[in-house]
Structures are given as structure tokens and as C-alpha cells.
Design a protein around this ligand. Sequence first.
Ligand code: FMN
Length: 178
Amino acid sequence: MRNIVAICGSLRPGSSNHNLLRAAAESAPDEVAFTWVDWKNIPIFDDMSAPTEEILAIANQVNAAHAVIIASPEYNWSIPGGLKNLLDWLSRVGFNPFEAKPTLIMGTSLGKLGTARMQPHLRQVMGHFKAQLVDDPEVAIGHSDQIFNSDGDLIDAAASQLVKSAVAKLISQTPSIS
Ligand SMILES: Cc1cc2nc3c(=O)[nH]c(=O)nc-3n(C[C@H](O)[C@H](O)[C@H](O)COP(=O)(O)O)c2cc1C
């Protein structure tokens, strides 16, 4: 079974970015499974402590995946601290779980720019990991309060089409899946 690992930058119940990832999962071919990174209980990074079992499990989960999708909100024009904390941990596990990993960055936010200020920061960090980023299309979707229904389904046609084409591009950049 082919596998894409999904990382959400928001822990909020009802997160619009979680719902964006759900839309991405639904648009992927049936033979591609999605697994979700659960990072809600990880500690705050320091450069004295060894990674916990939970961090190592996440690193192995990412390492074993064929591709990665990160969907994140923008906090104060940048990467949410929780997500950055996770990435800092994953940079200190003794191997690089994102090395050459086909990776799609997405984001949706309440503002009209839809995480466009956050994404260059995240791209820079993932570039340091040597992830193989999808350059185009960029998935930065504004007005996150207007594009999902009350069940969290993506109902905006343009946003839905954008997610579908981005996932298709990710898969086309992932020889082990496409
Ligand atoms: C601390 C904080 C900072 C925020 N900063 C921004 C911002 O810079 N740009 C933006 O568009 N929205 C910002 N927002 C609003 C988020 O877009 C909104 O909370 C979004 O729904 C979060 O994503 P989620 O639904 O996946 O949790 C901020 C929200 C919080 C809580």
C-alpha cells in the first residue's frame, strides 16, 4: 500500500487545515493510504534532551511514507509555534525523515491571503530538510470560514479543484506512487 503522511499545523478541534487535509485525502487514488501525525502531546524542544519515543515514532512514520502533505494555519504571519516545535524535534533524531521526500505544503486561514505569508517560511525550513517540495500550484486559500460546510467538507469549487491538482502534482512527483 502506498502511503502519504499528513501533518496538520493546527490542533484545534474542527481545524480548517485538518479539513483541507481530509479533502486532499479524498482526492487521492484509492490505493494511496493516508496516515496522520499525532503530535499533540510532544514536549517543547530543547537541545539537551534526547527525542522521546513519541518523537522517534513520528520520525519513523514520516521516514516510511512515500510522500508528505503539511497543511497549516498562519499565526502572526508565520509558522505556528507547535508545528515549528515538531519540525525542530524531527531535525534532531539522528536521521533526516524528510530527505528527498516529495512534500506538498498547503494552508488555509481566515485572512484573504490564506497563509501566503507563512508558506515561504515553511518552505525555507523544509528546504533545509532537503524535502522535495511541490512548487506549483501553491495552495494558500483565504476565507477559511466560508469554504467548508458544517460537516467540514470542502464545498468551494475553486478550492477543491486547487487541492485536487496539487495532490495530483505531488503524486506525479512521487515515482514510488505514480
Ligand atoms: C495566534 C493566532 C494568530 C493568527 N494569525 C493569523 C495570521 O497571521 N494570518 C491569518 O490569516 N490568520 C491568522 N489567524 C487566524 C487563523 O487563520 C484562524 O484561526 C484559522 O482558522 C486557524 O486554522 P485552523 O482552522 O486550522 O485551526 C491567527 C490565529 C491565531 C490563534
